[in-house]
Design a protein around this ligand. Structure first.
Ligand code: HSE
Length: 430
């Protein structure tokens, strides 16, 4: 019990600072849960003068020297980004250290190589905080659901965009006004690109899909669309059909005769207000899982924030520390299924299309014909208004995404169509 386990902390921003503080505040409980006390060996930062909260003797700018120090047992990485972190973590594995990381971009780009390096060294790599902050989601996929077959994982995994879309629904405002409000309140960063254009969610989707389907999926395999083109009209149209607009990360196993594949996509979509994900408002995250035996599962909570994310980091730290005390490594990650990535063009989706049309005999028929010509079956049609101000709202059945987008392109060129006013995918309708 007496010899402490020592931790190298890489990075000391919002999450790192919370990890450091909680390690101190909860030292006795953590020691009791692990079986040995945990001590911080050092904190690597770029600018030591900016960290008055850290005891000066712990601060260093030499991250490589810290992670390879003989007296370090575990490395906690909360720097983010690809390099120099990848090199630091590979050096840590080679030196026999287990790693806890919150780095979604690195895991989504190079997770397989990192897992291989950890396995070769007989150490652990855990990264619960990389996806959906505080929500225990990755270890349930890695461990609790390891005996099941997963069909789909659908998540709201970006709090910034969920806040913006929630405010658009509540206020009727457009994207620009809602983003300005999110920025003012600190929900959106000064440069919101990673969030609003879906990069953050795509990295998380790649990690979720890899674990769910035992297949290597990288961010480059993920079809990505953000929310900056979502209009107040889209949000109003969604409400008219009992739906709400969410940015979804959708990971699914597509089963067909020619062999299964994995389709992973991030895009805004209308979902019914009765769907469990529709109730996830503000900056919260949630992940909905469908498995063969378990059925439907939902995980909900805070996707960001210093203490919330630090909770996930510390949970991993306890896990890897317990393994270290027991002299074992925890369960690794398998990619034995090796399923191919299915391109978005071939992925079955459903569309909601709003059209401004002339209200004349035969217009509906010619519009319907365009859907038929592309092999797309229509589920519902509604006409609002008449004369020069008629609107058709069409919801399709499922069809390959390429057929749906080709239909929309053709509709834009039809003389009878004055304008395509809203195009959004629809998910979760029976
Ligand atoms: N920027 C992310 C979000 C949190 O808005 O949810 C960190 O992944």
């Amino acid at each position: 019990m007496s010899t402490p386990l020592t931790v190298a902390l890489l990075g000391c921003g919002t999450v790192g600072g919370a990890v450091l503080r909680l390690l101190g505040e909860q030292a006795d409980d953590l020691a009791a849960r692990i079986g040995r006390p945990v001590e911080v060996a050092g904190v690597a930062v770029r600018r030591p003068d900016r960290h008055p909260e850290v005891p000066p003797h712990l601060l260093t700018t030499d991250a490589h020297g810290l992670v390879t120090r003989d007296d370090v047992d575990l490395v906690v990485e909360v720097i983010g980004g690809i390099e120099p972190v990848r090199s630091l973590l590979l050096a840590a594995f080679e030196a026999g250290k287990s790693v806890v990381s919150a780095n979604k971009a690195l895991l989504a780009e190079d997770g397989s190589a990192l897992h291989a390096a950890a396995a070769k060294a007989g150490v652990d790599l855990y990264y619960e905080a990389a996806v959906a902050g505080a929500i225990p989601m990755l270890r349930p996929l890695r461990e609790s659901l390891a005996g099941d077959q997963l069909r789909r994982v659908v998540g709201i995994v970006n709090g910034t965009t969920n806040y913006i879309l929630s405010r658009m629904a509540e206020t009727g405002h457009g994207f620009t006004e809602a983003l300005a409000e999110a920025t003012e309140l600190g929900y959106a960063e000064a440069d919101p690109t990673a969030d609003v254009d879906g990069f953050d969610a795509a990295a998380k989707a790649a990690i979720l899909a890899s674990l769910a389907f035992h297949t290597e999926v990288t961010a480059a395999d993920v079809h990505r669309e953000g929310i900056s083109a979502i209009t107040a009209t889209d949000v109003a149209r969604a409400a008219e059909i009992g739906c709400t607009v969410k940015l979804l990360a959708i990971c699914e196993r597509v089963v067909n005769g020619g062999g299964d594949s994995v389709a992973v996509r991030v895009h805004p979509a209308m979902i019914p207000t009765t769907h469990p994900l529709a109730a996830v408002g503000g900056a919260f995250n949630a992940v909905f899982v469908e498995a063969e035996a378990a059925g439907q599962l939902m995980f909900y909570g805070q996707g960001a924030g210093g203490d919330a994310t630090a909770s996930a980091v510390l949970g991993d730290l306890v896990a890897v520390a317990r393994n270290r005390v027991a002299g074992v490594a925890g369960p690794g990650v398998t990619t034995y299924a090796g399923l191919p990535a299915r391109p978005i063009a071939e992925t079955p989706t459903r569309y909601h299309v709003g059209l401004d049309v002339a209200d004349r005999p035969g217009v509906l028929a010619t519009v319907a014909q365009e859907f038929a010509r592309h092999g797309v079956s229509i589920a519902t049609v509604r006409q609002d208004g008449h004369g020069d101000a008629a609107t058709l709202v069409i919801v399709t059945h499922s069809a390959p995404d390429a057929a749906l987008s080709a239909t929309v392109d053709a509709l834009r060129d039809m003389p009878a169509v004055r304008g395509v006013t809203s195009v959004l995918r629809v998910e979760g309708l029976s």
